[in-house]
Design a protein around this ligand. Structure first.
Ligand code: NDP
Ligand code: PYC
Length: 336
């Protein structure tokens, strides 16, 4: 059994924030990153919770991230917001750009934000949840490093390329999904390696393209997309929309930029937002109500909605005021 430690939500935040400041991040970045990691740990998203402090430390040590970058928000065109993260972490850039994206989406019905030149390590559901809180539907995606082979190949081309979607629901948590287009996030494989556990079949191949269930061999070989050629095509779409379309790096280019340093990826992020009210006007309540029928048809048969586990974890963590993490992770962060 893995030894664990239970800490308060405040301690989780402070552990992250203080470590980031000690590592040299500016206060604004340390706080934006710590807020995100606390939220992920609260929702029991272990691969993108406090564990990420370790990969941020590794990234910072390599000099790959600008520690005090001040993101610049630009009103690029009618429905386009562009935020230059100036080589810093993405989360502060996201926070700075979001108000203009919301304003434009409300005004125009549809708008998009490009975050450029950012170092990225985080889960994407917070973006779409924040927009759902403003009553907006949204979609966001990012590339990463080229760890993932295309269907039919054995060499990395794609990143783990997550897609998150959010749909607001009156009086309820929004409908949100957020997953990698690889069979699993790389962070999941790293957690299996740390725990000394094998990974499921179908997640990765070794350097020669043979299937593997060994986490270390998988990290040295190539990861696989989910759903074969379908995941592969979706992953290519993520590369295109969050890469060339917004003038930023492909996962192959991020990997080349890293040049073996072991930093987290550097690239862009696209966030697309739609205002249901602009589409539907006075009929909005009727149509959003029809969406509820679909959600009920799913849950009434005992199936679950994506994010249901996460929201339940959130309620539990908030009720207890605590999160539980592996003792080793806690010790490794304290050692920083
Ligand atoms: P999963 O394969 O665990 O899939 C996660 C999504 O699927 C969640 O929305 C989850 O909801 C939902 N889900 C899981 N099981 C079910 C089920 N049985 N029925 C319905 N819905 C279900 O996650 P990944 O490993 O693909 O990704 C994990 C995280 O890693 C994501 O947050 C992603 O953003 C992040 N990531 C970030 C990258 C980056 O470059 N920044 C790269 C790759 C991944 P629930 O949470 O409730 O279980
Ligand atoms: O888990 O695949 C991943 C990942 C890549 C960048 C941040 N997380």
């Amino acid at each position: 059994m893995t030894a664990t430690i239970t800490i308060t939500l405040d301690e989780a935040y402070n552990l992250a924030e203080k470590t980031f400041i000690k590592l040299g991040l500016s206060e604004d970045h340390a706080q934006a990153n710590a807020r995100l990691l606390q939220s992920c740990q609260r929702d029991e998203c272990d691969s993108h919770g406090l564990y990420r402090v370790l990969s941020c430390a590794q990234t910072i040590k390599t000099g790959a991230v600008v520690l005090d970058a001040e993101p610049e928000v630009e009103d690029r065109a009618g429905g386009i917001v562009a935020v230059d993260a100036k080589g810093g972490y993405s989360l502060l850039a996201l926070e700075k750009g979001l108000p203009m994206l919301v304003e434009k989406t409300r005004k125009l019905g549809i708008a998009a934000m490009a975050i450029n030149n950012c170092v990225h390590f985080s889960a994407l559901w917070p973006e779409v949840e924040m927009l759902a809180e403003h009553g907006l539907v949204s979609l966001t995606m990012v590339p990463s490093h080229s760890w993932v082979a295309p269907a039919g190949g054995k060499t990395g081309v794609f990143g783990t390329n997550p897609i998150a979607f959010g749909w607001p629901r009156a009086g309820k948590y929004p409908f949100v999904f957020d997953f990698a287009t690889s069979a699993a996030a790389r962070g999941e494989i790293e957690l299996h390696r740390r725990a000394g556990k094998p990974i499921p079949e179908g997640w990765a191949v070794d350097k020669d393209g043979a299937p593997t269930t060994d986490a270390q061999t998988a990290l040295e070989g190539a990861m696989l997309t989910f759903g074969g050629y379908k995941g592969s095509a979706l992953s290519a779409m993520v590369e295109l929309l969050a890469g060339p379309l917004i003038g930023d790096m492909l996962s192959l280019e991020s990997q080349a930029w890293d040049n073996g340093r072991g930093a987290t990826p550097k690239h862009g992020e696209i966030v697309i937002a739609l205002n249901p009210e602009s589409f539907l006007g006075a009929a909005m309540a009727d149509h959003m109500g029809r969406a509820e029928k679909m959600f009920s048809a799913i849950t009434d048969q005992g199936a679950r909605l994506p994010s249901q586990r996460r929201y339940e974890a959130r309620e539990r963590s908030l009720a207890n005021g605590t999160v539980t993490i592996p003792q080793k992770l806690y010790d490794d962060i304290r050692a920083l």
